[in-house]
Design a protein around this ligand. Structure first.
Ligand SMILES: [Zn+2]
Length: 94
């Protein structure tokens, strides 16, 4: 995943997608910031480890994760395990 793809997800992804993001250079965790402007807001992405990966993009509305996490967010880089409910949903017999 390159920086452009990371920013795409950072701007449009929901929390479950955004929290799995990692630095394209070192694999470290990323910090996402959403800064509201008068007309448009801006999402800033940067690596917490190597500082090599950084970018920003202007948006007309806040990305989905802002509603749940606020305007500053650090990714875990870890895919959340599928819950037992979802995992078993297709397997259990009536
Ligand atoms: Zn990095």
């Amino acid at each position: 995943m390159n920086l452009s793809e990371i920013i795409d997800i950072g701007c449009t992804g929901d929390l479950s997608q955004v929290r799995t993001l990692r630095c394209s250079e070192c694999g470290g965790r990323l910090q996402l910031d959403y800064v509201e402007g008068q007309v448009a807001g801006t999402v800033y992405v940067k690596c917490l480890d190597c500082k090599q990966t950084a970018g920003s993009r202007r948006l007309n509305s806040a990305p989905p994760w802002v509603a749940e996490c606020g305007k500053k967010f650090e990714t875990t880089g870890i895919q959340e395990p599928v819950s037992d409910v979802k995992l078993n949903a297709g397997l259990t017999k009536p």
